[in-house]
Design a protein around this ligand. Sequence first.
Ligand SMILES: Nc1ncnc2c1ncn2[C@@H]1O[C@H](COP(=O)(O)OP(=O)(O)O)[C@@H](O)[C@H]1O
Ligand SMILES: [Mg+2]
Length: 290
Amino acid sequence: MTGSAIFASCSGVPEGDGDEHAVPEALADLGFKTRWAVWDDATVDFGAADIVVLRATWDYAERRDEFLSWAESVPALSNSAEVARWNTDKSYLAELGDAGVAVVPTTLIAPGDGTPRWPKGDFVLKPAIGAGSRGVGKFSPEGAEYAASHLKSLHDADHTVVMQPYQSSVDTDGELALVFFGGVYSHAFSKAAMLGRELDESGLWVTEKLGSAQPPAAFRALAEDVLDATAALLGILRAELLYARVDLVAGPDGRPLLLELELVEPSLGFRQTDAAAAWRFASAVRQQLS
Ligand SMILES: Nc1ncnc2c1ncn2[C@@H]1O[C@H](COP(=O)(O)OP(=O)(O)O)[C@@H](O)[C@H]1O
Ligand SMILES: [Mg+2]
């Protein structure tokens, strides 16, 4: 089998951040020619590729409608446009919670909903449609006026807002990101607390501090539950997800909770793991086309 793959990016970082530098070679070993292309570059024929992989389309949050209609126009998109539509709105967290998955308690506050009852401890307000930690604020009950003003600014920009209790384990243990290819576990990496850090020079994401990690059993089991519940909600097979990143934190009792499920354009932490991860990814690409 031979074929062609396009890795879709955005104009700010047209060849990604370098994390998947080993992947095109791994794909070439299996007969795939890979090139990068900016998703909103009208001169690119995305229909000509055997597979278009969303990799670094990190500017979609401000232009979600445009991004999703482009996604729908690409015949061989991985993950699919339907998955992208569902996963680019953090209200999926409430759906997964309703399906019995252990998620960070999530309250959605739409514009016009009025001022909520603030949580008793520190809490987070963030846009339901957002990425790269932009627009995420941490507040305390004593600083409710700051929270109210952040809520108003997000509502004024027409965002539905996600309110969650602040998970303080993030400060000590960070997040664990568990990465799956074709629905099968590949590797994990850790991410230190994000809030209070600076934006990258691209302006698209907050600089991350990453490391390699071995997730405990309870974390691996929850990530499996997250993928099963997601596949059931979307009416697809787990194997149809070329990649998935499950971001977990320890809750107040130490048990893991889902903070975010990334099915659109997550960094996959190739630099934080064994070299064979690129081969596993290439194998999953082959599986999508067989
Ligand atoms: N409930 C929370 N408790 C602790 N930290 C949080 C919480 N929500 C967000 N954060 C911090 O903000 C960062 C970005 O939030 P996240 O929900 O991952 O959104 P995104 O990555 O899409 O911007 C997280 O990586 C984490 O460091
Ligand atoms: Mg995140």
